[in-house]
Design a binder for this molecule. Sequence first.
Ligand SMILES: [Zn+2]
Ligand SMILES: [Zn+2]
Length: 140
Amino acid sequence: MSGHAFSYICTHCKYEEYYKQGHGYLVKPQTYAEYKRTNQKLFHYEIHNKIVKLSKVHPGLVINATFQVYKCPKCNLLHNKIQVTLTDGNVSLHTNRFKCSKCRSKLRLTNIHRLKRATCPNCGKSGFKRQDLHDRLWEK
Ligand SMILES: [Zn+2]
Ligand SMILES: [Zn+2]
């Protein structure tokens, strides 16, 4: 299993950060039995508790976990988070939501291929841009 990491560099201060998108070694679609076997607190405790609770009434529960890039609509900062969507068959039971660590606005899921510019987390200017050449595969 592998995903992509996308490099963003600030045109003002040269600060660089990688954002992961896709599946990793543990962050991937999995059944509750698989999730329990890894015996790790992969996610935030709230979503973990939701998984445990739903598994009791949904034996076919699938935990769809994937790295996603979110953007704050207010301050334009990027946030790399693990999106967890809980499904049973074709029924979507729950999706986790995130808030901006800076301004507490609700984050929006972004398509990193279309996202051109964001706010630099280092200097706060809006010159944070994706570097096409530095995209790389990662395994984790
Ligand atoms: Zn914000
Ligand atoms: Zn900067």
